[in-house]
Every structure is written in C-alpha cells, then in structure tokens.
Design a protein around this ligand. Sequence first.
Ligand code: G3H
Length: 496
Amino acid sequence: MAGSGVFEEIIDGDVFKYYSEGEWKKSPSGKSVSIINPTTRKPQYKVQACTQQEVNKVMETAKIAQKQWAKTPLWKRAELLHKAAAILKEHKAPIADCLVKEIAKPAKDSVTEVVRSGDLISYCAEEGVRILGEGKFLVSDSFPGNERTKYCLTSKVPLGVVLAIPPFNYPVNLAVSKIGPALIAGNSLVLKPPTQGAVACLHMVHCFHLAGFPKGLISCVTGKGSEIGDFLTMHPSVNCISFTGGDTGMAISKKAGMIPLQMELGGKDACIVLEDADLDLVASNIIKGGFSYSGQRCTAVKVVLVMESVAGTLVEKVKAKVAKLTVGPPEDDCDITPVVSESSANFIEGLVMDAKQKGATFCQSYKREGNLIWPLLLDNVQPDMRIAWEEPFGPILPVIRITSVEEGIHHCNASNFGLQGCIFTRDINKAMLISDAMETGTVQINSAPARGPDHFPFQGLKDSGIGSQGITNSINMMTKIKSTVINLPTPSYTMG
Ligand code: G3H
C-alpha cells in the first residue's frame, strides 16, 4: 500500500510530503492538491501544494549540493545509482500500485515500468563511467598556420542544476530517464512530477533517499503548475530543463533562458503499409502500437496509411484483434483501461464525433463509460477530419487508404509532428528510401514505433521536440565540454 512500510515517512495523515534538503516535509502553505483516480473518478491521493518559497529553498540547496557532488569520484556516483536501482526494483509492488491508481496503467505494465526504470538507472551508471571517463586530446599543428605548440585536453563537466519534468504516462520511467543521466554526470536534480503520477514519483524519490544520496542533491516539489510551473522553469538557478509532455513544452522553450533544453512533445506516428507487407505482422503491431496503455503513448501508432489494394484485408485482421482486447479496470490487467482524465476522454470523444459527422467508417460502435473508452478503429478517414492530424492520446486509431507510397510519405510529412514512424514491407531497399524521405526522428522498419531499448537515441523533429534522448545522448546533453590547453614554448617535435 502507498505510504506504508519503508515509505511511511513520506506521508503525513493523508497528504504525501515533498522532498527537500534530504528530508520529507509539509508545505507551509497548508494546502494540498488532490489526485483523481481515473477509474473511480474519485480522489485517491493528496500531495503538498508547494509554493515559490519552497522552490527557492530547493534551488538554493541544489546549487550547494551539486558543487560537492561534482567532486565525488565517478565510480562512487555510479555505486549509489546502482544501489538506488536495486532498492527501486525491490519495492516495485507498492510503486506499481500507485501507477495503477493514479494513471490507470494496467497492473502488469505498471510493474514493467518500475523494473525498466531500475534497469535504466543501472545502465546510466555503467554508461556514465565509460563515457565520462574519457576525454579528447588534440594537437595544434593540424590547423593551418600552427606548429605543434599547443596540446588541448577536453573532458565533460556537469551543467549544474537540472530540472526534470516528466509526463503522466510514464511518471517513474520518464523521471528516471532524466534523473539517472543528470546524477551520473555530476548534476543536482529538481523533479517536478506530473499531478497524476506524483505519488509514484515520490515513492521512487524515496528509493534514492534510502540509497543515501547527499542531502539537497535530489529534490521533488509537488503542486499546481499554475503556481510554481513558470517559477520553476524560469528560475535563475536552473541550468538545464528536460521535459516530456505536450504543448506546455513549447511555452517553456519560449520562456527558458540560455540553457540547454531537452523536450519531447508528442507525435502523430504514421504506420505506412505497402502491398508486399506481412499483414499478420502489421496487424499485431498495430494492436500493440495503437492500443497499448489505451493509446496514451507519444510513440503510439496514431495513423495507419495503407495501400488501397491490401487495406480491406488489413482492416479485417485488425478488427478481429480489436474484438479480443479486454476492456476494464487496470487492477484486472485489462488491455484497455480508463484514460487519464475526464477532459482527456471528452477531447477524444470530440475527435470521434468529428470523424462520424464527416463520414468515417466505424469498425466498432463507439462506446464510453466515464473515462473508459472502448477501442475504436476508424476506416476511410479523410484529410479533412481532425483525427487525421490530431493526437488523440486514447484508444482511437484512424486508417487512411492511400494509392501510392508518395501519398503516405506526403501525409506523414505534412504533420506538425515528427517523432517516429514505421514502414511495413518485405523490400528493404524500398524501406530505406521511404525512411530517408520521412521527416521523423526515428523510423522503424517492420515494427511499431517505440522509445526503447532505453539506450537507443530518441528524438523528435518539428513540434515533437528539441534535442536527442536515450541514455548516452542524455548524459552528453547534461554536460558541457571543458578544455585545458597546454602551451609549449617551442614545437614539441624540436627535441631529439
Ligand atoms: O510517451 C512517450 C514515451 O516516451 C513512449 O515510450 O515507446 O516506451 O512507450 P514507449
């Protein structure tokens, strides 16, 4: 149960505390924020409504703690991260239970998220030791006009305070994908969890606390974005922001100062299906890609662009698989669970009604109970329908029938988003040509889009984001190059 056992100290009465200066605290505001269970639609948990004063304190201690942490040997930083990863995995059950209740993630997937997060932290430790243990050595006489009188030594040094803002759909995993790289690189870390998912995040942070990280190095402030959001992202002590989420990321990019930004802001991932594709493989990938976690993944398949000649067969195969999806509460480990909020369900419904009015073919009847929306495949979607372009973040998948590959590429590239895309064909040469033409950060050949494995580069073009993620890229992004140049009085090859 949340807030019990080793997690007892993170709760006071029925309100979870926030984490600052290595301690669990109550906000002097005396206010709290309620977290609504998407399934019951009733308040499930409460977290502190932190104020700007608490943010200031957290930033002040983060700056001080970082200076010491940067001087802590790399192998010791790695050792502590490995310890946190082990503690996190040991306590996967209560953390997964929070995910079930806060974001209605199916029970098994919730456990997978926590285990994947532990593995990600350990990989950060190992990768950090490797890539931060190396630097470059340059000599001056490779540039015209220079003798060999200068030796340049470069290494990677931390940025300072990293602000991490993960989204509701992977509150733990997308938090540690920022925390792990930041800490191994010698930064301190301030976490602002999403409201839905905040309690799972607080439990995860406690695992770092139990591992024995120095006081003030990691902090976690909860509260309303409207009160502390801008204050956090525009805070002068922040040296880097890593954000995953929606449009808010664009607003942050405009307001943030001259600091490195890592932003992942959603996608409209297209699945292009050619005539020669293995349609059984396509159908299972459409189900996995389009409907897992009820479509609430930035990398979900969000539009199928299938060649007219095989469209009928493919739609029948997908329909048969949709009929087998289980729909219900996350506790029962159903495939389709309630979407995160009522406003999200209303938005999805708006897209469905627009498609209905404009004549899309409904492969199933539309059904909704509260936040629970039954999986729906919409065939014969046309470009004038909102669902052809907008990201539903729900179990609704549009199919657009195309008559040429170029038409598919054109639709994909006309999107404001450019996260991932996928192509199904047996012709690898054609797949490579299409991949080159698709304006997305990643193209998957013969598989649905996905961020993992977590050490792969992960990036979006256009409105899908800035910077590249994945463990190695994140560690590099959260460091800067420092050079030391040794100047010799005479060219070094004059002796002997
Ligand atoms: O929602 C955005 C996530 O980065 C997607 O991650 O591909 O592992 O589901 P995933």
